[in-house]
Design a protein around this ligand. Sequence first.
Ligand SMILES: Cc1ncc(COP(=O)(O)O)c(C=O)c1O
Length: 392
Amino acid sequence: MSHRFDTQCVHCGTHPDPVTGALSQPIYQTSTFAFRNADEGARRFKGEEEGYIYTRLGNPNHTAVEEKIALLEGGEAAAVAASGMGAISSVLWTALSSGDHVVAARAIYGCTHALMNHQFPRFGIETTFMNLTDLNAVKAAMRPNTKVIYCESPSNPTMEIADIAGLAKIAHEGNAILVVDNTYCTPVIQRPIELGADVVVHSATKYLNGHGDVIAGVAVGSREFIGRVKGEGLKDMTGATLSPFDAYLLLRGMKTMHVRVPRHCESAMKIARFLQGRPEVAETRYPGLDDYPQKALADKQMKYYGAMIAVELKGGYEAGKKFIDSTRLWTLAVSLGDAESLIQHPASMTHSALSDEEQAASGISKGLIRLSVGLEDPEDLIDDLKNAFAAI
Ligand SMILES: Cc1ncc(COP(=O)(O)O)c(C=O)c1O
């Protein structure tokens, strides 16, 4: 029987342990799995028989997370990885070969940008970074060798919304797949595969786990493509294997995602409205604000508006530094999606891998501050921001 989304968050992927009845899945903290005999080992290696071999190739704690996230994202299969970058690089190394071309959003997470901009050229892969909001420009940038269109929506840290359905159409008119990093949203907010995307990736470190105690990644897509990601990207190219204990923590976090994420978003809306009304703020970027330029597109593809906010202070970097040094309840730290609210400065922190020119081309100004709204009482968070404004 197929259940609704919230029930799937709680139940999917796990079953009481067949030996002990333990309701919470045990941690299979093992590197290898014993075969009953040589024939069984040979059959498993040939793929003729289901069963575990070695944790880099799969583990019951991985399987539980993979079943849950594949179902929640509406994909056929999923692969877990040791980090978001492990998932992203395993997907891209699987999809791309020397001579291929990528069309990527100009604003994406700093290390994803660095992978494409600094590392891919060494392997003969070219990337065109562009503002994906102009679909005609995207069409014009496509080449016969374009194999991947890559985006985040909303983008980290500039909050640009990508038209996922429009990009999927362009990718499929050509020879490409659309890969969407859904970290900022989770499937509670946005389900890119339903909109036409081929692959969804996550830094599961963020909202999927939600407790700031794990580094992990996932990729979701067709059974055929994810099979290749596991057999090529993860197994041979990155080896980015998630530890069974971290998979256990991630599964535990995902069970409450449908309760946590809407609460994060509700608080973010209050905080965005507060920031918008402050005289020290030049611009508040949050797709839920009525005058947000891409609100109509956000309404089309997002159920909530997320809990990430970008603000530009009138006083630029100097004011921003004083501001982030003055908060007490907001922790000055990178990452996002934790129960604790976090604040950081992308130009000198998460996106510092980009040169000044690359930051400018990506729309990341020196005065931009990124906020990840946590699960505290929003009024306490607002009081803390008021105190920080008083200090600049
Ligand atoms: C949108 C996005 N994608 C991917 C990553 C990389 O994830 P990880 O740090 O788990 O490798 C991050 C990390 O901040 C991110 O914000």
